[in-house]
Design a protein around this ligand. Structure first.
Ligand code: PLZ
Length: 448
């Protein structure tokens, strides 16, 4: 008997089940309409159309059930259509759907802020502001840092991803597909090298930090810098975990130079790494933290949380937006936080991480095309390379990912060179499905 999970009134068998060719006839029909009606540049990774999802599976409109190793890009940490979230959203939607918090406030927003001020690391008074998307949180963190410091320059890193709006495109490192043809970009954004242990030739964390600091001092001088923004584990750039001491050394330097340290936890946050935030593993507290994705079980919500004196520096009315901190999204966030806490999901992220790391490391020992297995908790990746030169192997990556899709596993690639396979399952996936998903990836590798 297969386990099943109740989501939003549906009972979803927790199994991989392929009943048609992929894509099936109904998906193909709908995707043909997509092609006619939706802008071509809004692409899609899998050629299927969703019908229902929950636990560790996503079912398409042809009745195929996929093992979900992507969580909609690290969003559904608490599982899709999580029952607590469904309940909270349903209750809220019946009371009111919108007031604009900046017109008439409501408690849900304030309660989310109160919770985040306590969860985000840092033994100092904090404040929070809520927005809709990750990019919007990043934009606002930069606004806050600029206003508070009276400086303009912002430093981002190689392999970074911070969004697709104009300022966040400038902060994002990779040109294609994110920036190509979309300029001009926002000014006063500078880029330096980060820490990439697999490709850094043995540079230690503090050494890599000193390299970055020297580049910043050389390019613009510390006194011009409002903020540095960095993902404590880089997501789209390839699940790059910086060498130990890299982030802490940078932070020491930003603190002694009046520079705001912004940790972009949009992908790495919310229990994903087995603690609330990836930076919890680093032994210091950032000045500002940006959050989104895993915060609200799939509803659009993002946040900036940080030092009260920075958050409070700008004029009243300077931060806001029609929908920021929408009441339904806030209700979802409170239920999501409750689920992480009450359903043991931080512990679960660590267990998922242990399974992934053990199995992928065993694969890597037998297959030199796996250059590195890295990550933390339920945020693990393999970098695929040419064994002789360690050159990135994007073609192999694409073949393995396609094999997974055709065989009922939602699997995502990442990396500046498209040669990293990332594992981001919902934390509600069971061990059996997770292992079966890894089996399929192993088969894909063996056949590619
Ligand atoms: N910061 C660290 O990972 C979004 C992008 C998917 P939004 N990452 C997924 C895509 O193809 O656009 C992300 C992130 C980090 C910021 C963002 C931006 O978050 O909610 O997509 O705006």
């Amino acid at each position: 008997m297969t386990a099943s999970t109740v989501v939003g009134g549906l009972d979803l068998a927790q199994e991989r089940r392929i009943v048609t060719a992929i894509p099936g006839p109904r998906s193909s029909e709908i995707l043909a309409v997509k092609e006619q009606e939706v802008a071509r540049s809004v692409g899609h990774t899998l050629p299927i159309v969703a019908e229902a999802a929950g636990g560790g599976v996503l079912v398409d409109v042809d009745g195929n059930s996929f093992i979900d190793l992507g969580s909609g890009i690290a969003v559904t940490g608490v599982g899709n259509a999580n029952p607590r979230v469904v309940r909270a959203v349903t209750e809220q939607v019946q009371r009111f759907t919108h007031t604009a918090f900046t017109v008439v406030p409501y408690e849900g927003y304030i309660e989310v802020a109160r919770k985040l001020n306590r969860l985000v690391p840092g033994d100092f008074p904090k404040r929070t502001a809520l927005f809709n998307s990750g990019a919007e949180a990043v934009e606002n963190a930069v606004k806050i840092a600029r206003h508070a410091t009276g400086r303009q320059a912002v430093v981002a890193f190689e392999h970074s991803f911070h969004g697709r709006t104009n300022l966040t495109m400038a902060l994002t490192a990779k040109s294609s597909p994110y920036k190509q043809g979309f300029g001009p970009f926002a000014p006063e954004v500078y880029r330096v090298q980060g820490s990439y242990p697999y490709r850094d030739g043995g540079l230690s964390g503090p050494e890599a930090a000193r390299r970055a600091i020297a580049q910043i001092e050389n390019q613009l001088g510390a006194q011009s810098v409002a903020a540095i923004i960095i993902e404590p584990i880089q997501g789209e750039g390839g699940f790059i975990v910086p060498a130990e001491g890299f982030l802490a050394t940078l932070h020491e330097w930003t603190s002694s130079n009046g520079i705001v340290f912004i940790a972009d936890e949009i992908q790495s946050g919310f229990a994903r790494t087995g603690s609330w935030f990836a930076v919890d593993h680093e032994g210091f507290a950032p000045d500002l933290v940006t959050m989104a994705k895993g915060i609200a079980g799939g509803l659009p919500l993002s946040a900036v949380t940080g030092r009260a004196e920075l958050m409070d520096a700008s004029q009243v009315g300077g931060l806001g937006g029609t929908y920021g901190g929408n009441p339904i999204a806030c209700a979802a966030a409170l239920a999501t936080l409750e689920s992480y806490e009450q359903d043991g999901l931080l512990e679960r992220a660590r267990r998922i991480g242990a399974i992934l790391t053990e199995r992928l490391t065993a694969l890597a020992q037998a297959d030199p095309r796996i250059g590195e297995v890295r990550g933390r908790g339920a945020m693990i990746a393999v970098e695929l390379v040419d064994p002789a030169s360690t050159a990135p192997d994007a073609d192999l990556t694409a073949r393995v990912v396609r094999f997974a899709h055709e065989n009922g596993v939602i699997l995502l690639a990442c990396g500046s060179h498209g040669n990293v396979i990332r594992f981001l399952p919902p934390l509600t996936i069971d061990d059996h499905l997770l292992n079966e998903g890894i089996d399929i990836v192993a088969q894909g590798l063996a056949r590619s």
